[in-house]
Design a protein around this ligand. Sequence first.
Ligand code: HEC
Length: 291
Amino acid sequence: MQRSTTSTIAVAGLALAAFVTAFTVSTAGQGPGQAPPPAANTPPKPLVPVAASSVAANPDQYVGEYVTMTGAVEANLSKTAFSVDQDKTKATGKEVLVLAPNLQKPADANGYVTVIGQLIKFDPADVATKLKGYTIDLSAEDQAKFKGKPVVLATAVINTAGIDIAKKPIPPMSTDDLALQKQMVKLPPAQAALRKALDGSSVDLTKEQATILKTAFTEIETFWKAKGNEEATKWASDGKRHADSILMNVANQNFDAAKTSVTPLGATCASCHGKYRERMDDGTFRIKTAQ
Ligand code: HEC
């Protein structure tokens, strides 16, 4: 028992290090001018490190907590469920259930894992409200067996190789994502160059950059119109209108008036990104459709 406890702690440290690294990397590659969005699976409370045996012995004190629970895989129960206990070699009868909706492959039998997620007492109705869109795939027998027992609703399951086997794969960019991205990448450099041109009171350079912005916003507007998304279409046409007003004002050498459009033009980015842009764990973006 002593031996297995020691190695469990070592493994937990390793797995946690991998987890923290993954989070650090995932904050890179933000869009410009955007506050970093919280990672999708950031727990609302500090994580409580705990061994599966402690949970099994004293579940009540952990109910509602977000835990990093270490233990050995006892049995794979379904595509998205397995049980964990403390002893690698024998069933202790003190298992803790783990439900991992995004489990990509069965956990290695008897392998040590670190499971991260909220701990509750197993109740199918409770699970349904906490894990929207997830269907419990445990047998009726297992559901009865674990009813009222501790369960971790896992957002991550890290194995001894440091791999999170409960991580949703990142979907490739769709044709739509790629088409929109082509316009998006033009915007930040044009915005930066526009500000410089305005500060330097250069009519030609301001016109050049405002035209790039206007053209890109026109394409973006067309894109969303074709999707029947009125709100996004409006944000794109707002952007176009601000670029237009810059063009009109610089034509009259009125740089002060032109400068007043810079902030509202930038605000259209944040509005649309907040609702229709989704950031993947690898720092790339997709169009967000489901609300
Ligand atoms: C009407 C909606 C909308 C507006 C307005 C908008 N964006 Fe986007 N933007 C998106 C969506 C959706 C994505 C994710 C899909 C993609 O990359 O095209 C995105 C992605 C991006 C990306 C990431 C491109 C990449 O490298 O993959 C950048 C940079 C960006 N936008 C900058 C801007 C800036 C700057 C503005 C304002 C000047 C802006 N966007 C205005 C919807 C919008």
